[in-house]
Every structure is written in structure tokens, then in C-alpha cells.
Write a protein that binds this ligand. Sequence first.
Ligand code: C6P
Length: 421
Amino acid sequence: MSTTVPTRDRTESRRLPLDVEALRRDFPILARKVNGHPLVYLDNAATTQKPESVIEAVADMYRRSYGNIHRGVHKLSVEATDAYEQAREKVRGFVNATETREIVFVRGTTEGINLVAQTFGRQRIGEGDEVVITALEHHSNIVPWQLVCDEKKAHLKVLPIDRTGEVRVDELERLLTARTRLVATAHVSNALGTLVPVRRIVEIAHAHGVPVLIDGAQAVPRIAVDVRAIGCDFYTFSSHKMYGPTGVGVLYGREELFEAMPPYQGGGDMISSVTFEKTTWNVLPYKFEAGTPDIAGAIGIGAAVDYLARIGIDNVTAHEESLLDYATRSLTALPGLTVIGTAREKIGVLSFTLDGIHPHDIGTVLDSEGIAIRTGHHCAQPVMEFFGIPATARASLALYNTREEIDALTEGLRKVLRMFR
Ligand code: C6P
């Protein structure tokens, strides 16, 4: 089992070109063929592929040291508990949280946001209060707030975006009132790739005494995230988008807020004592981890953190920036192609339309060439509505993608143009 990752030195910036060909060999699935072609996997915003070290860490736990955690005195339970808690410590270091008490394992970003909405939200939001989100949110950062606002007769307010897909942060001051209870924003948009200036948003919100939740699903695999430097109150992300297994994710919350929040779900492990008259809660973070968690998944996210730490997240950022630039230049040379989302600061995601051709047809033709992209509204229907389109085709990047794969995408799109024009 790999060792604990020390908290990163945030002044360090090791920007080295990635040896992508060597890294690709870490991902067994990248060697397969799809429809007779080498796989070109460009659907990384939906989910990333897994390196052997993550697959092995999960398999190894089931093979050699699997038991339920926090419950047994026997050897396997103790080993599993140690490994699970070691993974929590790795995640803590990865996002630079102060304490492991501030790191709760959840099922993913969606559950992280729902947890905050159903605990902090239901406790703090009352009739006539307000929650502010942005216009580029994934449904996971819209619907949980609608549920609470409907229940509490509170108002959901939306910070607009401009035609490039940048959040109008200059409008935030105007939206905040004495009734605002929370600001919730994505760090990186899954539909547009916009990198949202979250530090600035936190600064403005905090000046009004308003806490901030950040949906980091698309940021964590791509850029260094330091929750203390950002200053946010909650930060949540999914393992499966950062080269870890599905079924597990992380909710970071400032200890003081977590302490004051009621539990999310009731069950085993989240209690300190239970009688029929009264139950008291376990300490953090266990208060929010009812029932047997995804133990192997947590080990897997720990292995994913190790993997990213070995490569250096700054190197991943540099690689994806350069690849996005190359992809944007290549694709915009195609006739009738419009990039949706042209923010000055963008990472990892290239959404586009081709005049007169439905994105699903684009996706189907590309699939026949072994190229995987996502088509549709990307669970961000309000973004599509804003741009007046039903859907986009979306290529999204990971550390293992290459310029040759972008060339294959460009060639595939030429084929689409020949077929439909
Ligand atoms: N976006 C995409 O193809 P879960 O499903 O809980 O792991 O993540 C939800 C989620 C929340 N916020 C953002 C910004 C996201 O991108 C996602 C997942 C995938 O874009 C699947 S819809």
C-alpha cells in the first residue's frame, strides 16, 4: 500500500512536459480498440479512465485486507480501517484542508451538494431567505437548492454569465442581501470549460458574511485546489472524474460549520450512543458517514491522489492547457464549427456545434471511428437555453490525451462534414 502524501508545498511549481506516452501505459483500457480503431477517449468530463495503480489498490484490498471498518477488533477490520483513514489523510493533503475531520467521504459531488443542502440548508434557510447560484451550474448544483428553497419558501437567485461563458462576478455584490444564506458555484463548468474566479467570489460573499460552496467536480482533476487559499466553506468533488473509482467522492467543510450542522442520514457509525429515547452523534467526520461506506472506493481515491501527486497536478494543468489550445485552433478551422464557451480562462472542456448537424449524429459518426465524446445538454440545460441551442458536442481532456488524438478528432469531424453536407 502506498504511503501518505505530505501536504503539498504550494509555492512549488514543477511544470515539466508530461511523458504522455509513458503515462498512457498506466491505463490498460487505452490499449483497446473500438469499432476497429484505437480508442480515442475524449469524454473525461463525464468520467476518466483508471490507472493500473488505482485498479490494483482496489483489487488488492478485496484480495488481501478486506473487512468492515470502525467495527471490528480483528486484524482485517483493523487493516481496512487503517487504509480507509489513510485515504482520508491523503485527500486532506491533496486539497490542503486543515484537519481530516473536515473530509467526509460521500458518493460523489451530487451527494456532497445534497448533504449540504439537506443539513446546513434546511437548518439555516428560512422563509424569504435567498440562495445564490451561477448560470453555468450543473443540475447537481441547481436542483438540491431548488428542493430546499421550495420547502422553505426561499428564493433561488442566479448570477448571470456573459456570451463567452464567463460568470458576471461584477453582478454578485448587487445580488447579495441581508437574506442571502449561501452562494454555490462551480469551480470549472462541465459544459463550457469556464474557470470560475472562485477566490473573488468567496471574497465578495464573505464580505457580506455569506458562506460559499464550490462544486469542484471538473476542477480537482485539472488544477491544484487549495481549500484554505480559496477560503471556501464547502468544496465537493467526485473520485471517478479524477482517475479514481466510481461510487465515492469528497465533501470538505470547515470544521466549525460541520460541527453546527445536523447529521444527513441516520444509521450505523454516525452515532455516539443510541437509546429509544435519545441518540447522540459521533464526532466529525463520522457524524456524516452513516452506514458502511464504499471502503474500497475510498482506498481507490487515495491511490488516485497518489497517482496525481506523483505526476504533479501543475504538470497536468500545463498539459491540458496546451492541448485545449491546440484543439481549439484545430477545430475552429473547420467550416461551420462554433465553439460554445470562449471564456478567457478555460480548462479541459471544448464544447461545439456544427451548423445544421445534430450533436448526436456527430457523436455517432465519431464513435464509428473509435472516438468517444459526449453529446447532449451535459446536465446543464440552463446553459444550453442561454446559448439558444438544444445540445453541444463536447470533447473533454485528461492527462493521457495527445495531439494525435486531437488530430483524429479533427479528421473524424471532417468525415461528419462530408457525410452531412
Ligand atoms: N458531470 C458530465 O458529463 P457526479 O455525477 O455526482 O459524480 O457529478 C455531478 C457533477 C456535478 N458538477 C459538475 C460540474 C459535473 O460536471 C458533474 C458531472 C458529468 O459533465 C456527468 S453529467
